[in-house]
Design a protein around this ligand. Structure first.
Ligand code: 13P
Length: 260
């Protein structure tokens, strides 16, 4: 199956409207649109609307970094997926920063995934274990619980479209991550796909896109993208550096090209 490689730039709480516009213009000049690579930008909520008018939609898709699971109501300070409908193609859900700093539970993530799908937004569901969980040998159990709860309310057709991002918390730069070894990650990505296979069968498991994220930069991106079960990358810090991000996209393209 020839899936598009997905490169997602999670800008986190960085770059105001003017800075975002500048970065996207610089990226636009350097990045050529490729049929088999999809580039998704996840800026701050405030930036989504102006950026959607600014970007070349042939080259870039947009993602929210979060949203609320109710469609409307008295939820002061929140933005719903229904408000993002038509504005973003993707929504990052359950990022470890949200689980840790904002105490999002498994059930919160589940409800947000359902809300995204209800509003025609593809969820990028982030899952990943902490360092203590890893050291205690609980990685697979944690991933199983996070994944099965998140997709609990979805039909098999809905599951086929979702994106799962494996981001081990111990490898994320924000949490002083230690570098992961790409070769160690294949086992985990394969386990995630096997969970989908057990629940929804071989075809859907093969269709689904699984990303890796955690301090990936332009130096090691090829090693991750070469893993059998890695369909793309969720990039944090390196996506704020325009040269590094362009290099990441170019390397993803060269890998696709070399396989043809
Ligand atoms: P870093 O690439 O900065 O480690 O961030 C990864 C991440 O959290 C992307 O969502």
């Amino acid at each position: 199956m020839n899936k598009k490689t997905l490169i997602v730039a999670n800008w986190k709480m960085n770059l105001n409207v003017a800075e975002s516009s500048l970065l996207v213009h610089r990226l636009d000049k350097k990045i050529v649109s490729h049929q088999d690579i999809e580039i998704v930008i996840a800026p701050s909520m405030l930036v989504l609307q102006p950026l959607s008018k600014d970007i070349n939609h042939q080259k870039f898709s947009l993602a929210s970094q979060n949203a609320y699971f109710k469609d409307e109501g008295a939820f002061t300070g929140e933005v719903s997926f229904s408000m993002l409908r038509g504005l973003v193609e993707y929504g990052i859900i359950g990022h470890s920063a949200r689980r840790i700093y904002f105490h999002e539970t498994l059930e919160d993530v589940r409800d947000k995934v359902k809300a995204a799908v209800r509003n025609n937004i593809i969820p990028i569901i982030c899952i990943g274990e902490s360092k203590p969980e890893r050291l205690a040998g609980e990685t697979m159990q944690v991933l199983h619980d996070q994944l099965t709860t998140a997709i609990y309310h979805l039909t098999s057709e809905e599951v086929a479209k979702i994106v799962i991002a494996y981001e081990p918390i111990w490898a994320i730069s924000t949490f002083d991550g230690e570098p992961s070894k790409p070769s160690d990650m294949q086992r985990v990505l394969k386990f995630i796909r096997s969970q989908i296979k057990d629940l929804f069968g071989h075809n859907i498991a093969e269709e689904i896109r699984i990303l890796y994220g955690g301090s990936v930069d332009n130096h090691d991106v090829l090693a991750y993208l070469s893993l059998k079960d890695c369909d793309g990358i969720l990039v944090g810090a390196a996506s704020l550096n325009y040269e590094h991000f362009v290099d990441i996209v170019q390397k993803a393209y060269s890998l696709k090209h070399s396989k043809k």
